[in-house]
Design a protein around this ligand. Structure first.
Ligand SMILES: CCCCCCCCCCCCC/C=C/[C@@H](O)[C@H](COP(=O)(O)O)NC(=O)CCCCCCCCCCCCCCC
Length: 216
């Protein structure tokens, strides 16, 4: 039977909207919607070609770790990032100095996606303010160098740099986002970016407060 969810032509707007569901009234971040937002982003990335599959494989792996924690027997502790951090720290479930007993804790796994969210924020901001002849590969690698690259070793940085060269040009990129005219894409990005920044900043604060930004 056809998988209608996979085949539906999606709009990047819907994906980015998912991040607006992440924030609770008291500014906690719901992991369910965070994970859902990432699933949508990965789906979008997959539609850009198989050269990105080493990236999406890693992202999917991390998304699934978090989804399993949320759906597991201790799932109630994984409703928000704040409750996850409290629970895992209080229960000694986080490897703080080296990967050892808890190599796949929620805290260290989400931190990797959190760093990638910063890349997304920087990349989308560049896209939003770009001109017609701007190069997506340049915008992407600048955003990467300012964020994720600082946490990646040489091999991953090289492989990422090569993958960026296969990004479609700005016009095609805007088209596959399936949002509308370039002006509509720019407007959509203008609405989505503050929400992504909010989610990023709130998470960053939680991790800073608990000194978790360097988890191995
Ligand atoms: C659309 C272009 C896509 C460019 C994606 C830029 C991000 C490049 C990241 C390269 C990651 C390479 C794979 C391996 C990573 C891991 O080593 C590394 C560390 O993990 P570990 O501590 O468990 O070992 N993992 C990570 O840093 C997590 C990376 C997660 C990357 C998710 C990227 C999803 C991109 C979604 C694209 C959506 C674009 C929408 C724009 C309109």
């Amino acid at each position: 039977m056809a998988n209608t969810v996979e085949e539906k032509k999606f709009s990047l707007k819907e994906v980015l909207d998912t991040f607006s569901l992440c924030l609770s009234e008291n500014k906690e971040v719901y992991i369910e919607h965070y994970v859902e937002g990432w699933r949508g982003l990965v789906r979008f990335m997959n539609s850009l070609g198989s050269v990105f599959s080493f990236i999406s494989k890693d992202a999917v792996n991390k998304i699934e770790i978090l989804a399993n924690l949320l759906n597991g027997e201790n799932g109630t502790h994984y409703i928000t990032i704040q409750s996850m951090v409290k629970y895992e720290l209080d229960s000694g479930l986080v490897d703080l100095t080296q990967r050892d007993k808890h190599p796949e804790s929620g805290c260290r796994t989400l931190l990797r996606l959190h760093r990638a969210l910063r890349w997304l924020e920087l990349f989308l901001e560049r896209l939003r303010t770009s001109s017609e002849d701007s190069k997506t590969s340049v915008m992407c690698s600048e955003a990467y160098n300012e964020s994720l690259a600082q946490h990646h070793g040489w091999i991953i940085r090289k492989a990422s740099g090569m993958a960026f060269c296969y990004l479609p040009g700005r016009p095609t990129f805007f088209e596959v986002m399936n949002v509308g005219t370039p002006e509509e894409v720019v407007a959509m990005l203008g609405e989505a970016l503050p929400i992504i920044s909010d989610v990023y900043n709130i998470t960053e604060n939680v991790y800073t407060q608990h000194e978790l930004l360097q988890l191995p």
